[in-house]
Design a protein. Structure first.
Length: 666
């Protein structure tokens, strides 16, 4: 380094001197209050609820270790949360390293203190950072800890990490044991408006009960904090563990396999074999789903997955490949882990000793042994799941290979794009679209289907060569009352436009439409009619020429199934039902079934009544060619779907006398 470089540096004044006095040493829990993001990931709502999770995890550790079987959670006004267990209770005797201080005070006021480092107190626990309850104490304006041990009750209070009272013996407790922690998050850290969300806490508490079948968790909150989704009191205990949780999550949805793949495997944690770890899993493959994945280690959620997730992916992939080889399906060698889990509902929970996480917030598990344990535990069970019922195994293999084919097709498209010399933009398709393979004038159709369940049935009922399926979630955006920016930002509309390929508004080119017919297929009820209306409004406003040319249709699914003996018929509405009863079934006893939605129809019924060209009926939606006709339609759309609700109210008032009271009662 040359001397002239030093000449160019500015002179340092005495006031700016950088010496030993400038070095600041933070003691106790002050680092937590200065930099809470290092310990709980920030000061937002998620971080606030992380405090509750830390205390609840300590109680769960007592239960998993076999020392507690009941946990109670109480949310009170004033953002006051109390969590208690009937475990052993935090030790209250003097700590040998800190004379004059109880072990309880050391745990509450000292980072990296606790009973989880040596493995003597807990075989498995929610981490070895040793900062959980001390961080809660540091970031709370009030913390009160009560401990019942040896039939005596002790208590101590803290504020912002510092004790405000000594450890006190407050009475006898002949029928009580365990630890109770009450705390109020500090508004200096989280802000005046930061409040626990009862619904979020309620879900957290319930999920913990699913994760350990041997614990009973009692939830209670002030009546003023209760709601339709959050009761004032509840008791959770689930003997089936994750299998119960998954059954609730996929309830009512049709899946590739009639039963989920669920199980549990215990394994020794050490050479003595006295202490046991555990792998528990529950997996379902809905016919149409975006998928959801829940990963846990020692009851701690790890939303970013980690090594236990890697072990499960490996077990499932190797298992399905082995099954394919068993039945002679050679193409299955290309199956990848994402083909197995995409769109699936997965819950995986492991209990291991000394877990290692990526950070204090424990979002990702990094313990390498977890991958080996999970793969070893799951693989054998999965092999039996596939081979015990060959039809079930073949059904799952078929669904997985369909995803594999789609993945490989997209990969090939990307390869072509990279190798193409021109800059022509290749066609992109939304992930929810199940495309058809056929080409040619007058043969291809896109069914826009209401909901995942109906999408799954339609996918099975379709003609793969000519019929494509695009599910949408419920009621799409009402474009007649939305701004252009909001329309452009809407994902459902973006997916629909991408699937059609013809552009919108001034860029709409019907000649570029990828399908000959676009068919709106919704439930035969009021909600279905509303969704169909929103979609027709979309096409009228955004792609009017497509409608004018007659590409848009409405499917006509039946509302009733009438059966008498071996004879069945379908009725599209009440009038059609009455007609069939008076003609086809005249004088016969008729059993009438009402379809609540497309998802209740099996694929064969849906194909026969609504999708097969030979037996279905469609309504074509068109626009008048003349300008006056177009203006009249626009006026009607604006009045019924526009931003002025008074127009809709007037329309209803003017036609109230036309409503049939019997239909209202029905």
């Amino acid at each position: 380094m040359s001397d002239d470089l030093f000449d160019k540096l500015p002179a340092t004044s005495a006031a700016e001197a950088y010496d030993g006095s400038a070095i600041e040493v933070l003691e106790g829990l002050e680092p937590v209050r200065r930099r809470p993001g290092m310990y709980i990931g920030g000061t937002d709502e998620r971080a606030l609820h992380h405090l509750a999770a830390e205390v609840l995890d300590n109680a769960m550790d007592e239960a998993v270790a076999g020392h507690a079987n009941r946990i109670e959670v109480l949310l009170e006004e004033g953002n006051r949360l109390t969590i208690s267990d009937n475990g052993r209770g935090i030790p209250v005797d003097e700590h040998p390293k800190y004379p004059g201080k109880s072990a309880l005070e050391v745990i509450l006021t000292t980072l990296h203190s606790g009973g989880k480092f040596s493995g003597k107190a807990y075989a498995t626990s929610g981490g070895l950072h040793g900062v959980g309850v001390s961080v809660v104490n540091a970031l709370s304006s009030l913390t009160r800890v009560e401990v019942a041990r040896n039939k005596e009750l002790y208590a101590q209070e803290f504020s912002r990490g510092n004790p405000t009272t000594k450890l006190m013996k407050v009475g006898n407790a002949p029928n009580r044991r365990g630890t109770q922690v009450t705390f109020i998050p500090d508004t200096e850290i989280f802000g005046e408006d930061a409040k626990f969300k009862p619904a979020r806490l309620f879900r957290l508490v319930r999920s913990k009960a699913y994760l350990f079948a041997g614990v009973e968790i009692r939830w209670k909150c002030e009546p003023s904090l209760a709601s339709d989704d959050v009761p004032a009191e509840a008791v959770f205990q689930f003997p089936g563990g994750l299998a119960d949780h998954l059954a609730e999550q996929v309830s009512g949805r049709e899946c590739v396999t009639s039963v989920p793949f669920a199980g549990r495997q215990d394994f020794p944690l050490g050479p003595d074999g006295e202490e046991m770890g555990r792998v528990e899993w529950a997996i379902a493959w809905p016919l149409w789903s975006d998928g959801s994945y829940s990963w846990y280690c020692n009851t701690i959620p790890t939303p970013d997955g980690g090594t236990h997730e890697q072990g499960l992916r490996a077990a499932l992939t190797k298992g399905i490949r082995a099954f394919a080889d068993l039945i002679g399906q050679k193409k299955a060698k290309d199956i990848a882990p994402e083909d197995m889990i995409t769109g699936s509902e997965i819950m995986l929970s492991v209990f291991i000793r000394d877990p290692q996480f990526q950070s204090q917030t424990k979002d990702r598990l990094t313990s390498p042994e977890a991958a080996r344990m999970v793969e070893a535990a799951v693989r054998d069970h999965f092999d039996h799941f596939l081979t015990d019922n060959m039809e079930r195994g073949k059904a799952l293999l078929g669904a997985v290979m369909e995803r594999m084919d789609e993945r490989l097709r997209r990969k090939a498209e990307r390869e072509v794009k990279r190798k193409t010399a021109t800059n022509a933009r290749k066609l992109r398709l939304p992930g929810k679209l199940t495309d058809c393979s056929g080409e040619g004038s007058g043969e291809t159709e896109l069914f826009i289907v209401e909901g995942d369940s109906a999408g799954g049935s339609a996918k099975q009922a379709r003609d793969r060569k000519t019929q494509a399926i695009l599910p949408i979630r419920g009621k799409i955006l009402n474009v007649a009352s939305a701004t252009a920016d909001k329309i452009r930002a809407n994902q459902e509309i973006a997916d629909l436009a991408l699937a059609l390929g013809c552009g919108m508004r001034k860029d709409c080119n019907p000649d570029a439409l990828r399908y000959d017919r676009v068919i709106i297929m919704t439930d035969a009820d009021v909600d279905g009619a509303h969704i169909a209306t929103l979609l027709m409004t979309f096409f009228f406003q955004e792609m009017p020429e497509l409608v004018r040319r007659g590409h848009l249709y409405l499917a006509q699914p039946p509302l009733y199934r009438l059966t008498s003996g071996s004879t069945s018929a379908y009725a599209k509405d009440d009038a059609h039902r009455a007609e069939l009863e008076a003609t086809k079934f005249k004088g016969k006893k008729v059993e009438v079934g009402r379809f609540k939605g497309l998802g209740e129809m099996n694929p064969q019924q849906l194909r026969e009544t609504t999708m097969a060209p030979a037996t279905r009926s469609l309504i074509r939606i068109t626009l008048p060619p003349e300008y006056e006709g177009r203006a009249a339609v626009k006026d009607l759309v604006d009045r019924l779907m526009g931003r002025d609700p008074a127009q809709r109210f007037m329309f209803i008032q003017n036609r109230a006398s036309e409503i049939d009271p019997e239909l209202i009662d029905a």
